[in-house]
Design a protein around this ligand. Structure first.
Ligand SMILES: [Ca+2]
Length: 295
């Protein structure tokens, strides 16, 4: 059978659970699969365009779980959201990110470790891409360079909600659980250390207020349209972040990643898939154009 190239060769398991006649039943099927296409690049017009525009440089795509600058699956992305409604909650393991007001205010934090690049690499350009899948209203979201370390954490959703709703709450838009020591939240960059202002809110302290670039929300790249509104549904959003990436390579200790922040006073919000999203090809990616160090 044909399989998507994002599933590696090896042994896999499918667990099927169902309920009937007051019983919970479960079957687990094990199968072995060969996928010689795994690891082959997934087509991305931006990657192809950047490679063509920089014939003397290399292009690496850093995306959690997929081969990056080397052959090993990349594991250097940390991302999470902050939610003012649950100011002590951590969301590090949720499968989406949010920027803008959605009930409460939300900020997205994302960091890519660049140590997978060859030592001494010279950054030509870097482009951050997130897959937008839900939102409303004006959705201008800008990237800013983070000035402080923060703990991604592994929060998913609160125990009190798990007790009440069961696991089906895990995929909802709310959730998170009380931040543990070292994990971030609206109130903490790494508990118990607070932000300069809650919600990574202090320019010049929590983040560099100079925006790195404008977003390119490009509905022309949308996958499908909403039946009622006829608005584009889901598409990649890209930001140029080369100036930050140059600094991260020369000064790795200053790589605290990026804050993705909606415009002040903006009513719109945007949801993106995170680096925990089950479909690897829709996870956030950093496209890095670089020249290896000359020997
Ligand atoms: Ca995460």
């Amino acid at each position: 059978m044909r399989v998507p190239s994002r599933i590696p060769s090896g042994e896999h398991r499918i667990r099927i659970q169902w309920e009937g006649c007051g019983q919970k039943l479960e079957r687990v099927f094990t199968f072995t699969m060969e996928n010689p296409d795994f690891g082959k690049p997934v087509s991305d017009p931006d990657v192809e365009a950047l490679a063509q525009a920089n014939p003397d440089a290399k292009v690496a795509v850093l995306q959690q779980g997929l081969p990056g600058a080397g052959n090993a699956p990349y594991a250097g992305c940390a991302d999470t959201l902050l939610d003012s409604r649950e100011p002590d909650a951590n969301y590090g393991a949720k499968n989406h990110l949010i920027a803008g007001p959605y009930g409460g205010m939300h900020q997205t934090l994302i960091r890519f470790d660049l140590s997978a690049l060859p030592p001494g690499a010279e950054i030509v350009e870097a482009r951050l891409k997130l897959f937008y899948h839900f939102g409303s209203g004006p959705r201008v979201v800008r990237p800013y360079r983070m000035l402080k370390a923060w703990g991604e954490g592994e929060g998913m959703f609160p125990q009190k909600l798990r007790d009440y709703y069961g696991d089906r709450y895990a995929d909802s838009t709310r959730g998170g659980r009380e931040a543990l020591d070292g994990e971030c939240a609206w109130n903490f960059r790494a508990r118990p250390e607070p932000w300069g202002l809650p919600g990574c809110g202090k320019p010049g302290d929590d983040y560099d207020p100079a925006s790195l670039s404008e977003p390119t929300f490009d509905p022309a790249k949308a996958e499908g349209t909403d039946d009622r509104s006829q608005q584009p549904l889901r598409y990649w959003v890209a930001w140029g972040v080369g100036e930050a990436a140059k600094r991260w390579v020369t000064e790795p200790a200053a790589n605290h990643g990026l804050l993705l922040r909606a415009l002040d006073g903006q009513t719109g919000f945007a949801f993106f898939f995170s680096s925990e999203f089950h479909d690897l090809v829709y996870r956030p990616k950093l496209i890095v154009v670089y020249r290896p160090r000359k020997e």
